[in-house]
Design a protein around this ligand. Sequence first.
Ligand SMILES: [Zn+2]
Ligand SMILES: [Zn+2]
Length: 577
Amino acid sequence: MSDQQLEKLRHSTSHIMAEAVMRVFPDAKFAIGPSIEDGFYYDFDLPRPLTPEDLETIETEMRKIIKEGYPFEREEVSTEEAEEIFADQSYKLELIEDMPEGEVLSIYTQGEFTDLCRGPHVESTKQVHPRAFKLLNVAGAYWRGDEKRPMLQRIYGTAWPSPEELDAYLERLEELERRDHRRLGRELELYSIHEEAGAGLVHWHPKGGVIRTIIEDFWRREHYKAGYDLVYTPHIGRGQLWEDSGHLDHYRELMYPPIDIEGQEYFIKPMNCPFHIMIYKSKLRSYRELPLRWAELGTVYRFERSGVLHGLMRVRGFTQDDAHVFCAPDQIDEEISRVLSFSLFIWRSFGFDEYEIYLSTRPESYVGEPERWDQAQEALRRALEKEGLVYEVDEGAGAFYGPKIDISIKDALGRLWQCTTIQFDFNMAERLDLTFVAEDGQEARPYMVHRALLGSLERFLGILIEHYGGAFPVWLAPVQAVLIPITDRNIDYAREVESRLRAVGLRTEVDARGERMQAKIRDAQMQKIPYMLVVGDREMEADKVAVRLRTEEDLGPHSVEDFVAMAQEAIAEKRLN
Ligand SMILES: [Zn+2]
Ligand SMILES: [Zn+2]
């Protein structure tokens, strides 16, 4: 079935749902009911909140309507006629009122339900398969997305050509639910967000903190190896700086209101760039120093509407893994190539080796010299080709200040996450007047490149949780091994092994609770701990541990040294076990 046909099917199902709602709630007021990705919704104003039982009742009614086989009949009416037809439907009247004067409107009727709609629809309700649709959930939605207007009840549903396709979709939803980082983040005690502390502000718990520390340590070490220097910059800066950098012109809507300090305005930083430029400008730069590669784990704050905040994926405060490269014109090929291959190395280290890559080129209105744009675009293109990467060119889609490469990574469920950006900037270098003394003694303008790699640590943790379904590879697992004594007699031995494992750097815990062994194994599996080391009398006597994996695989008794070698190999190779 084509996308268009699918949309028609789903939208028609929303009309059928509306008719069913009308049968169940004769006083219902109808708002809008479009098709969306994988399904549809309809917004209703109803006398009471819907319950899960209501959804079942509505589904049953929908099956009846499908079986009754009503044709979808289109009719064209004048605004006046429409106003008469929808006289008791205030939301529809408001929609009609917004139509241009004299416009011919179309209405669609199936059975006893008539809707104001442009269409198209399927021919008959019979074309919707009675076992290939499902109502999924109810959510509050403001009329026209305006929090000052009435809150309506939105019923989400999905519809497919066949029951098999519906089942496959529902299974995928379940898989997404199992991997949902908000649920796993709570169950694995990785992070929390508190209404009383502020929406979109992330608290990293000790176990999330372990993961973050490992990521940061790895990130810093590899940046130094790759020739970057690390810098640290302030969290707030004077209004004048943001004015000069152009942020107040272009990004004001994502910045928080100013803070008054001794009569001067300061802003919380939405980006790190101007501060890196301050460091650049702290002295006269010579071509001999270039390139300069400066990276920072910089925490920034950006305004996001509360309605779009989502777990770790969309937050108000986050730590960018940012970098800026300042180089001479003859260095950009080498520099871009290095940034790109370094980014790919980092992604592969975290288990992501499929990407979708876009090269965005000069838009119609831009700043900077066209020759510089061409040179920059060529450098980006050559770097991609050198790596043998497949990419698409998004002609004219670059920002006004420079061309860029965007890399989306593909996760275990095949979803794409846009994370890495390698972005030239001809604007800020100009506005903040970056210069260096070239070989010929003349003042020249360096190239400036912004680079975010993982994007933000918060969102990256969210992506990692969902990619691995919480079962992190051994090098990232907050707890790598749990010792499970079979009886209280074995606790001392377990503690002794624990300290031997900790001494070689393995993150180890002893589960000394008075629970049965099976319960402890189950809990360790729930916590997705890579290794469970069961110790009973036999293990104690032989100075061994019985190794179980979180996959339920039983590897049997191993000496502590053998186990250490096994775990260290998995860590070095960044494996799951
Ligand atoms: Zn319609
Ligand atoms: Zn930047």
